[in-house]
Write a protein that binds this ligand. Sequence first.
Ligand code: MEV
Length: 296
Amino acid sequence: MGHGCGKVILLGEHAVVHGVPAIAAGIDRGADAEVDRATDTELSIGEVRVIPGDGSELGRALSALLAELGAGSVSVRATTCLPVGCGLGSSAALAVAIARAVQALDGDASSERTLAAATAWERVFHGNPSGIDTAAAAQGGCIWFTKASGPEPLRLGLPFTLAVAVAGPAASTRSMVESVARIAERRPEVFQKSLAGIEALVKNARIALEAGDLTGLGRLMDLNQMLLSGLMVSTEEIEFACRLARSAGALGAKLTGAGGGGCVIALVESDPEPVLAAWRAQGLTCFSTHVGAKKE
Ligand code: MEV
């Protein structure tokens, strides 16, 4: 049995691909996998069933993960309660869960090998990911992440609660990362200014998190959302969901992950219900999650 947690990026998505630090948190929803040795390799996730070489991305990702682990033929049954492709790291959570379950067959608990296998899987879907999704899925908690140095656990001044909504249909992470890369190519000066702005926000957010300053953190999230809009990764649905959350009392709100659709996160002072009720009234699927410690 293996588990991988879903994640939210609190600040710094996209910029992290270009070397800027980002802050992510594991959430309590995730993916689980069970693995048995078998004559032929297969993977089932609910109703979906794939085998290596069937031409599907999932089949190729499974082959890449097993090859990285040097594993023989296995039968994998995985489940996830994360919406797929919505910015909550569903594919990284699955990859970590499957890698851990495969490793467990040999009593191998090496986290380096889990990350290497999950990265091989993620490359099939996302091209050249920064690694923040797999790091958060494997580690949980709140992490500071750079592409160069990897994850570092953050010590929170206060636990906090996020409301999470699916603001619109998912977009491909690969295509959103490519569209930001095109902006970087066409308008390098503007892009560098955005990166510098995001870096300053992320660094201040670390200070706010460590001090337990949730009001400050919320403001920084709002500012990060503005800069993400400038990189053209926001949508009307995302902006609308953020506005609803702020009007219902959220301390800050932004997209999370690649954008172009998918999920919005809103930081709340304590009770997520007013924000969730505002979203539900507009027909949005939503839930809340705690980072740091569970509230009763
Ligand atoms: C996706 O969850 C986060 C991005 O920054 C891509 C990456 O870091 O690989 C958009």
